[in-house]
Each structure stands twice: as structure tokens, then as C-alpha cells.
Design a protein around this ligand. Structure first.
Ligand code: LMR
Length: 395
């Protein structure tokens, strides 16, 4: 029997936490685990621009017949342009739609395994749990590079550059485009330039996971690093997600992109991406990708979406500022001020696993086991309770 001796693989820490939260019957429980934005009412809304695009699609769409293995080229053009602007000529850019940003991460890694099985994947320490999990699943070799300095809540720039100097030509260097998950510590433009210098020197290839464009400073600012590397390096790999910035989580909208050296390598890269889609699930999902394309190609909807995105960003930043202030009041120290300075959904609050457990058990507050807090899950109502509990448990 196939399944009789099987032990189911353990879910990762984010998914385990989602299940525990769902099973918790305490009415005042607070979910600061999985990366989902909540508005000040605690709701993860369907954005108005998305709703309107869906109405347009329902009215206009005459068929749901297959499009192509790489998805709709209009979607790839629209999202590729949002991220890269005009930094890469179309005849160097291969693209392929995927189910979510995770699908794009998987396809970049699959592609690398096919072409360069011995390439080492350099990942920041720490990184999103599923990066290491997928690399391990594919039997690839991951190596950590120093990234986060817990003492300052910022980037360990010296450590990062020293470690990246060891990467070999053809290795991948995984970088978070903005809003680093789980630390909230990002590269400054100057840091991106230094990383670009290092990649030029070593010949390692950047692999940029960009899942939070528009969540840090703004659409243009957040694209800086990706555009900078795409403009100056011969080859760049990009995995993009629209889960968060379009609020399309369950629709699974992602795009895999490869900046190549010219038309022939571009065709080859596009070909292998489409082939890998075919082997995994054939055609990528279309609905969410179509929503994104309709929004980006319609000036009015695009403006509406950008305004809604700005509001989400401002809410997150306000949550950060209010939480940092509440923690200053609770602790009488500036220990948590870094929370106010970081950007995006996530920060590490510096809790041990036992403290994370105490927050959950004693206070109904759910943060991921490494102490990652989703600040986008806070509301003005929950911040005082969370600040009190964090100050108490981490005292
Ligand atoms: C997260 O990090 O919480 C999100 O990216 C959701 C996920 O798939 O883990």
C-alpha cells in the first residue's frame, strides 16, 4: 500500500501557525503570523480597483479557452514594465506567468537546476522559510550569507559583502527586492550599488524575489534595486508576486522573468520556462493575472490601485510608528524603536521560541516561531494589548 507507512511531512512554521490560529477559540486572539494585510477594521479587503477590473472582465470576456504556456503576454508586459520600467529591452527579457510568487521562485530554481545543477544558491540569513524548503526539495545546495544584524535591527552590510565575495560565477544570489521577509531590513540604494559591484566582480547571478513592491516607500522607490541590477548586469532572474500589492493572495498571480544577454538566449530562456510550466501544471492561472493586466493598462484603474496601495503602505507604517511608541512607553527604553524604522509587513521582534510560545499561550498573540511579526496584521485596537504583552514576555 502506498500510504500505509507514510508519515506526512510536517508543515512549515508559517502554515502550522495558521492552523493553530484557526483552532484557537479565544475571541481576542491576534493573528500576526502569515503575511496578509489587514485594514484598520482587521479585514483583508478586495481592493476597489480589483473589484472594478473583475466587473470589466466579466462583461468583456467571451472565452476561457487556453492562452499559452507562458500565460498572457499582455500580463507579462504590464507587470514586467511596472517592475523594470524601461531598464531592459524586450529582446533580452524572457517572461512566464506562474501560480503566485512561490510558483515563480520554484520555476527560477527548477530552471537553474536544469541548466547549472552545481550552482550554489546563496540565501540571506535569515530568509523566508519556503526559500530554503524549495531549494532543499529540489536537491540544490543553499549557502547562507550574513544579512541581518540583530543588534541594530538593520543590515549587516560588511558581513553580507564579505560572504558574497565567495560566490562563484554562475551561483545564484537570492535577494529580496524590498520589504525583506522576515526581517524588515532592506538594502539602501548605496547597498544595492555595492551588491551590484560585487556581482560584477564574482559573476554570480542575482535572483530577486520581489513580493512587496509598493509596500515600503513607493512603487518607484521599491523597484530601485531590481532595476539597478537589471540595468547593469548581463543576467538577472526575478520572481514577482501580486499576492500582497494587489491583495490577490488566493488567485495566485506570479511572474518569472529572466534578463538575458540577447535575443537568442531570451528565446531559450522563454522556452525552458514554458516547458517547465508544461511539466508542472501546463497553463498558469489566468484570472488574477488578467485582473492585474486590466488594472495596469487602464490609467484610471491604475491610479485607483496606486492610491489604495499607498493607503495600505501608510497603514502599515502607522502601525509601526504606533507600536514602536507604545513599546517605548511600556518598556521605558528605545529597544523596539527599530520597528518604526523598518518597512514592509515583517519584523523580527527578537523573541526566543519560548517567548513566542508564551505570547501565543498566555496572550493569544500569534507571531511566527522565529519571532517574525506581521505588523500589517495590527490594528489601533490590538496595538496596546500587543505592546503590553511583548513588553511583559520579552522583559
Ligand atoms: C508569508 O511569508 O507569510 C507569506 O509569504 C505567505 C507564505 O506563503 O508563507
Amino acid at each position: 500500500m502506498m500510504f500505509e507507512n507514510l508519515t506526512a511531512p510536517e508543515a512549515d512554521k508559517i502554515l502550522r501557525l495558521m492552523a493553530m490560529f484557526a483552532a484557537d477559540t479565544r475571541p481576542d486572539k491576534v493573528d500576526l503570523g502569515v503575511g496578509v494585510y489587514r485594514d484598520p477594521q482587521g479585514i483583508t479587503p478586495v481592493m476597489d480597483a480589483v473589484r472594478q477590473a473583475e466587473v470589466l472582465i466579466a462583461a468583456r470576456q467571451r472565452t476561457k479557452a487556453y492562452i499559452g504556456l507562458a500565460g498572457d503576454p499582455a500580463f507579462a508586459r504590464a507587470l514586467g514594465n511596472l517592475i523594470l520600467s524601461d531598464t531592459v529591452p524586450a529582446d533580452r527579457l524572457a517572461t512566464c506567468a506562474t501560480p503566485g510568487g512561490t510558483g515563480a521562485v520554484r520555476q527560477v530554481l527548477e530552471m537553474t537546476r536544469r541548466i547549472a545543477p552545481d550552482a550554489v544558491i546563496w540565501v540571506p540569513s535569515p530568509t523566508w522559510v519556503n526559500h530554503n524548503a524549495i531549494i532543499g526539495h529540489l536537491g540544490q545546495t543553499a549557502r547562507n550569507y550574513r544579512y541581518y544584524d540583530a543588534a541594530t535591527g538593520g543590515l549587516d552590510r560588511g558581513g553580507m559583502l564579505a560572504d558574497l565575495a565567495q560566490a562563484k560565477a554562475g551561483d545564484l544570489v537570492l535577494l529580496h527586492g524590498c520589504c525583506h521577509n522576515p526581517t524588515g531590513a532592506d538594502l539602501s540604494p548605496d547597498d544595492w550599488r555595492a551588491v551590484g559591484d560585487m556581482l560584477e566582480k564574482t559573476g554570480a547571478i542575482p535572483f530577486i524575489d520581489i513580493a512587496y513592491l509598493g509596500f515600503a516607500e513607493g512603487l518607484e522607490e521599491d523597484a530601485f534595486g531590481t532595476r539597478h541590477l537589471a540595468a547593469r548586469l548581463p543576467e538577472v532572474l526575478i520572481a514577482a508576486s501580486c499576492s500582497k500589492n494587489f491583495g490577490l493572495y488566493r488567485e495566485r498571480v506570479g511572474l518569472c522573468m529572466a534578463v538575458t544577454t540577447g535575443p537568442a538566449p531570451k528565446e531559450a530562456a522563454a522556452g525552458i520556462m514554458a516547458h517547465l510550466n508544461r511539466q508542472s501544471y501546463a497553463f498558469p492561472p489566468d484570472h488574477g493575472a488578467r485582473v492585474v493586466q486590466v488594472i495596469l493598462d487602464d490609467p484610471e484603474l491604475r491610479e485607483m490601485w496606486a492610491d489604495e496601495l499607498m493607503l495600505m503602505r501608510e497603514t502599515m507604517n502607522l502601525n509601526r510608528a504606533v507600536l514602536a511608541k507604545a513599546l517605548r512607553d511600556e518598556t521605558g527604553s528605545n529597544r523596539f524603536d527599530f520597528l518604526g524604522n523598518q518597512r514592509g509587513m515583517f519584523s523580527l521582534i527578537g523573541a526566543t521560541p519560548d517567548q513566542v510560545e508564551a505570547l501565543r499561550k498566555d496572550h493569544g498573540i500569534y507571531v511566527v516561531g522565529d519571532g517574525r511579526m506581521n505588523v500589517a496584521g495590527l490594528t489601533t485596537e490590538t496595538i496596546p494589548k500587543v505592546a503590553r504583552a511583548v513588553a511583559h514576555v520579552l522583559a
